[in-house]
Design a protein around this ligand. Sequence first.
Ligand SMILES: Cc1ncc(COP(=O)(O)O)c(C=O)c1O
Length: 400
Amino acid sequence: MTKGVDEVRAEIPFLQTGIIYLDSAATTPTPRPVIDAMLEYFHEFSANVGRGLHCATKMATEAFEATREKIAKIIHAKPKEIAYTKNTTEAINIIAQGLKWRKNDKIITTILEHHSNLLPWQRLKQKGIELEVIKPLTKECLIDPATVEATIDAKTRLIAIHHVSNAVGSIQPVEEIGKIARDNGIIFLIDAAQSVGHMPVDVRKLKCDFLAAPGHKGLLGPQGTGFLYAREDRWNELEPLLVGGGIVKDVDILHHELVDPPQLFDAGTPNIPGIIGLGRACEYVAEIGIERIAKRERMLTRRILKILDIENVEVYGPRHVNRRGGVISFNVKGLNPHDVASMLDELKRIAVRSGHHCAQPTMRYLGVQGTVRASVHYFNTEDEVDKFVTTIEQIAGEFG
Ligand SMILES: Cc1ncc(COP(=O)(O)O)c(C=O)c1O
């Protein structure tokens, strides 16, 4: 039995407050079964992992480790290809700091990235790494694989690109770009912060070497969770960000021998309840069905795109719903995006995001300071998004 919208809504306590939550691109509310999985840990086996022989630590370790398999199922990977992180940002930083760079290596990324997929690469300039930032051909904000191909040269070591833009919603042709990267022997990293949990993601099809994703967005997991996928044979190219307790085979005064990946990335006491909650969240999303989530988000997005017809409203990103995820970014002419967001909140308790969305280069490319951003998940209703559209109509009519 798959889970219907009413059932899912009834299971998300935060939605019972009456909020119309259109900010899932930032983070998502947590369903009761995910909260219960974390409570079960706190109530019944609240111990550390991998560090003892008593019953509670064994139960905690088992539940903690089981999440790798649950994440792996969602993205068609193997459990040993999944390392836990606290968010997408950490996963990308592991790659940036962990790869053994050679001076003059080149990294290709795009002007449409979230800061978390840009700053870690900018930082490598100190190591003599060149960063080439490509632009889309049009303001629809879709990257042309041919541009990527034309930018590749003998120095290119890595291509890092988002799957779905958090700023304007465009879905990038990552499968084509993955093929280009593979054919040219270049490491390919996907920032899947806005796609995992929202739409099918298959790391084999995408031909990526690394994929970074949050637990706390599309997957409906708790905040403070995320993961890094690395193709099995790529792990040995990475140094962990942190070393210390919990990841050693043997330590002497001057030397240490570390465990193998992916546990190599679990130094220190990890976010045990969060990772257990994330495991339950992966099951929860699978119970709904990723295809169903994607289909519903497309339907909701199509309804929201009715704002295209409102005078004084400018929508950014692809026109066609098949080229975008459930993230809709826009401005009401003459109004500051923060004022629009405040009005939505005050008039109808509609929660959206406003500002640069941690994508300032994207905003500059579009020629704006910021935008208003509505973003959906499976749990949103037709009524909610229609109310959003009519409220924008009202705001644009009265103040725009
Ligand atoms: C495309 C994209 N990349 C990276 C991030 C950073 O994610 P996190 O907050 O999990 O570190 C976000 C967050 O919104 C995002 O949308």
